[in-house]
Design a protein around this ligand. Structure first.
Ligand SMILES: Cc1ncc(C[n+]2csc(CCOP(=O)(O)OP(=O)(O)O)c2C)c(N)n1
Ligand SMILES: CC(=O)[C@@H](O)[C@H](O)COP(=O)(O)O
Ligand SMILES: [Mg+2]
Length: 633
């Protein structure tokens, strides 16, 4: 039972806690985190790892004035607990409840709504700059960024700019040796070398002893710090990469020792100029199964007791679109040795660990560097390879310009398999994949498609790796079904008509096809005979099939799990306008011009009328069936 946590209404309540109480608080936070993931899937190992760091930060700074950004934001749960949200904590990631990321509408301690990695150093610099110009140069601005997020290009862009900053910038590098998967790349190796620093290994105890003799405030600390840093530099050139960029480097230090963290945080507060404090933590700290398998426990399914008979089953999961995509890519790689696959640190989410093992040198994990990934794939394509960029729709947004310049403009055969396209549910607005239809279809040369079911996804990937142009395929985070029908073979730019009727038409782009089909079946019980089209392609658009349906149908509904602005329905309206075809009877179902909040996927889709009942209801309204029924009474 938590004893201290319920008493904390704001971080000010931590100020009188003793070290023993702060340690007790750390234990209580971990217990609450464990209780949460027993009930639902949520970010776990990352949160366990930052408990002490979070407490020490809030004990040292006053974030009513000072600024704090947790990079990415998935490790923000302890912060939520100590900033007055303990009472609502059991609503985490449920509709209307707390968001799993920072959310300014929940608390003034959350400055930005985030979820994408790598922006923290830049935004914190902006805050520091604004505070300085507003005469609040005494405020401190702190970015906490993980070792996985650190290699993002944007972080280095910010570091490059940091020494020009007037204002106090503190970067806490939370180094737990992990991204979601084990971290990769040269920066990771560099952090490993920094850990070999005697500051962290051999001499650590000596340094801690010396620190204990140093008062926390005033000049002596600064002098001591300067000497200490010189000593470390002379020893192993630790942190020289940062020092050369004009950023003071301190560390690494143990991130699970609250008094030690406090001491160093007090010191960096006094430091002039941008400062990076390298803190070493363990992902999953305090819960052994998570510490031993932080990949699985990054976002484990609910009730993940080790040894749980169902655990293995959950690991593989039922067959989602993600699995079909993975298997189709694997098939293409087996058939054609020119096919490569690229991931930007999402090997686990895209279920590609088996591909990493099977295709060693044709599997590329670039880390959280989406822009680089796409330009890199373009280079591979130019060199004659057939790269597949397997990426979440929302994260591909980072590469908009590389999709334009390096891929589309050169007309290179890069395949984009865009996972999590649509409502991703509990992650919320930062993660829903809503915009890819628009940002892909606007570029010349692109072939842009969405499968209506599982086998179609396989067919599209097979088609894409043979295409001579860039291709994009979107699919959502859900289990994939196969729709029984006399399946039309996949043909470039051709829609599939599943059924013809005279009372109206439903044209579906993507995986809501099964819901659309159910709706059409429901409607036939009401006596409505509805045409059902599986659009397959938004580009090239099948005007030949679709425009006659527009002309002949009393109403037409387009269905897509994406933004209405720039989406499939918009493409249809553009085609109709260009061809002079009346489209005033077209109703578009999709995601309106709002940021959709987090919640249960089925619930959100139902609210958007993107399920069978919603589609059927709209059809009835357009067909006037309700009116007919009521007037017959
Ligand atoms: C731009 C972007 N790409 C990918 C992701 C997916 N993602 C979320 S957390 C994470 C790992 C981050 O590692 P790190 O920063 O070290 O934090 P840790 O989980 O280790 O605490 C990844 C790849 C993301 N959120 N944003
Ligand atoms: C923080 C982050 O961006 C990832 O952890 C994301 O939540 C993963 O999403 P999936 O659970 O859909 O793989
Ligand atoms: Mg990490």
């Amino acid at each position: 039972m938590a004893e201290l946590l319920p008493t904390i209404k704001s971080p000010e309540d931590l100020q009188n806690f003793t070290t023993a109480q702060l340690n007790q608080l750390a234990g209580e936070i971990r217990e609450v985190l464990c209780n949460l993931v027993a009930t639902r899937t949520a970010h776990f190992a990352s949160n366990l790892g930052v408990v002490e760091l979070c407490i020490a930060l809030h004990r040292t700074f006053d974030f009513k004035q000072d600024r704090l950004i947790w990079d990415t934001g998935h490790q923000v749960y302890p912060h939520k607990l100590v900033t007055g949200r303990y009472d609502q904590f059991n609503t985490m990631r449920t509709k209307g409840g707390l968001m799993g990321y920072p959310n300014p509408s929940e608390s003034p301690y959350d400055l930005f709504m985030t979820g994408h990695a790598g922006a923290s150093v830049s935004t914190v610099m902006g805050l520091a700059s604004g505070d300085y110009l507003a005469g609040h140069g005494d405020r401190h601005a702190v970015a906490v960024i993980g070792d996985g997020a650190f290699p993002c290009g944007m972080v280095f862009e910010a570091l490059n700019n940091a020494k020009t900053l007037k204002g106090n910038l503190i970067i806490i590098l939370n180094d737990n040796k992990m991204s979601i998967c084990p971290r990769v790349g040269g920066v990771a190796d560099y952090f490993d070398r920094l850990r070999m620093n005697p500051f962290y290994t051999g001499f650590k105890h000596e340094i801690v002893k010396a620190l204990n003799m140093v008062p926390v405030f005033g000049d002596p600390t600064e002098r001591f710090l300067a000497q200490l840093k010189e000593g470390v530099k002379a020893g192993l050139h630790g942190g020289m990469l940062f020092e050369e960029l004009g950023v003071n480097y301190i560390g690494p230090i143990d991130g699970h020792n609250i008094p030690l963290l406090r001491k160093y945080l007090e010191m960096v507060k006094l430091q002039k100029g941008p400062t990076l404090l390298h803190v070493v933590t363990e992902k999953g700290h305090g819960y052994d199964p998570a510490a031993e398998d932080p990949v699985y426990y990054h976002t484990p399914p609910a009730i993940c007791k080790p040894g749980d008979a169902k655990e293995e089953e959950k690991r593989e999961g039922s067959k989602a679109y993600t699995n079909y995509a993975r298997d189709a890519i694997a098939g293409a790689m087996r058939r054609n040795e020119k096919v490569t696959v690229l991931t930007a640190a999402m090997c686990q989410g895209t279920k590609m660990e088996p591909l990493r093992d099977e295709f060693g040198d044709r599997f590329f994990d670039t880390g959280i560097c989406e822009s680089h990934t796409v330009a890199f794939a373009a280079g591979q394509a130019k060199a004659g390879l057939r790269p597949v960029v397997n990426i979440y729709s929302t994260f591909l947004q980072r590469s908009f310009d590389q999709v334009f310049q390096e891929v589309a403009l050169q007309d290179l055969p890069v395949v984009f398999t865009m996972d999590r396209a649509g409502i991703t549910a509990a992650d919320g607005p930062t993660h829903h994949g809503m915009y890819d239809v628009g940002y892909m279809r606007m570029f010349p040369n692109m072939i842009v498609m969405a499968p209506g079911d599982a086998d179609e996804l396989t067919a599209m990937i097979d088609f894409a790796v043979e295409a001579d142009h860039p291709t994009a395929i979107r699919y959502p985070k859900t289990n994939a079904e196969n729709i029984k029908r006399d399946r039309a073979p996949l043909e470039l730019g051709k829609a599939e008509v599943l059924k013809r009727g005279q009372d109206g038409a439903v044209i579906c782009y993507g995986a809501q096809l099964s819901e659309a089909k159910k709706a059409v079946e429901l409607l036939s019980k009401d006596g409505l005979d509805i045409t059902l089209v599986n659009a397959r392609f938004v580009k090239p658009f099948d005007a030949e099939t679709i425009l006659p349906i527009l002309r002949e149908s009393p109403f037409v509904i387009t269905v897509e799990e994406g933004a209405l602005l720039t989406g499939f329905g918009s493409a249809l309206l553009e085609e109709a306008a260009d061809a002079g075809v009346d489209a005033s009877h077209v109703k578009r179902l999709g995601i309106p011009d709002v940021f959709v909040q987090h919640g249960d996927r089925a619930e959100i889709l139902a609210e958007l009328q993107l399920d069978s009942l919603g589609i059927a209801t709209v059809c009835r309204q357009l067909a006037g069936v309700e009116r007919k029924v009521s007037s017959s009474h």
